[in-house]
Design a protein around this ligand. Structure first.
Ligand code: PMV
Length: 318
């Protein structure tokens, strides 16, 4: 019997959510300590491969028809990836179990992280080499299955595990950031990215000029944010986060719970804060002056309604 663990990180969007769907740049950051894990077990005694989705309390056989709804998307992924990748999975002798620390539906990339870890597991199982380009391509195909018309930012940052400036149709620009401490606060409210993206698209169609101007402004913030990450300008980065949040509020994707946590963070010394991801719930993120400030803000958020908090630091070259 052999056992492999494949994993992928969570992510948050620092700048540019929603605008990225309309072709503007966004910056996304991996959260390296918060991960989804796929355990691949290779065991000759397994005749009927199965998947054990631990967090969902659901087990299902991979080769049988009508899998339970809770794991249908994972089973579809397991069937689709070999087809797209041009390889075959062994008919028997293996199983997968999935465990994720990433909360679901909160804009932290839970579905993309599970997809990326699953793809890695299938390539491991079939002894096929996997490049980052293929990982990004396949995880995008799986994201389409979950979200309809994703921009591609989530699966890209989760595949490369580095901060990235992402713009549809352009080369991916990974970036070496200076040291920053971010605090992510979770409102505990799950939301549907596909639904919120569709609502924004409806409003865009009604107010095209106004929304185009807002998305352009957000895209400019992402471009300036890229320079701030590289130069280590904490105060300017914080200011950009505040400005990005105001623009997100204007397109109607904030929520009282997000506004509340953002105010708590700013009142406890955050240099800037914004919602992150699709909005209407999910998470906010703020930038802290240093590590101890980050933990102070995290404590304050937890005392004032956040159901989870994550302190995430950028990895810096030594
Ligand atoms: O799934 P979330 O909450 O991280 O949202 C993704 C970011 C959006 O820009 C709203 C959608 C997308 O596909 O980029």
């Amino acid at each position: 019997m052999k056992h492999y663990t494949l994993s992928a990180p969570a992510k948050f969007i620092l700048f540019g959510e929603h605008a990225v769907v309309f072709g503007h740049p966004a910056i996304a950051m991996p959260v390296l300590d918060l991960r989804a894990h796929v355990n691949l077990i290779i065991d000759d005694t397994i005749d009927d491969p199965f998947i054990d989705a631990h967090d969902l309390g659901c087990q299902a056989y991979i080769n049988r028809a009508d899998p339970p709804l809770a794991v249908r998307h994972m089973i579809e992924a397991i069937r689709l990836v070999p087809k797209l990748g041009g390889f075959l999975l062994p008919q028997k002798g293996w199983s997968l179990s999935i465990e994720s620390d990433i909360p679901i539906g909160r804009g932290l990339g839970s579905s993309a992280a599970i997809s990326v870890a699953l793809i890695k597991a299938m390539y491991t199982l079939s002894h096929t080499s996997l490049t980052t380009e293929i990982l990004i391509y396949l995880s995008y195909e799986l994201e389409k299955y979950h979200h309809g018309t994703p921009s591609g930012v989530d699966n890209t940052v989760i595949s490369i595990e580095k901060p990235v400036l992402y713009q549809r149709g352009k080369d991916i620009m990974p970036l070496d950031s200076e040291l920053f401490y971010f605090v992510i606060g979770d409102t505990g409210i799950s939301k549907s990215t596909a639904k919120i993206v569709a609502e924004v698209a409806e409003r865009f169609n009604l107010h095209t000029h106004e929304y185009s101007t807002i998305f352009q402004a957000i895209g400019n913030i992402s471009a300036t944010g890229y320079d701030c990450l590289k130069s280590g300008d904490h105060h300017r980065l914080g200011d950009l986060m505040n400005r990005n949040h105001l623009l997100l509020r204007q397109i109607g994707v904030s929520a009282d719970e997000l506004e509340h946590l953002i105010a708590v963070a700013l009142n406890h010394g955050a240099l800037g804060a914004k919602l992150c991801g699709a909005g209407k719930g999910g998470c906010m993120v703020c930038v802290a002056e240093d590590e101890s400030a980050a933990h102070r803000i995290s404590d304050a958020l937890l005392l004032n309604g956040a159901v989870n908090c994550y302190v995430s630091r950028t990895l810096v070259r030594s």
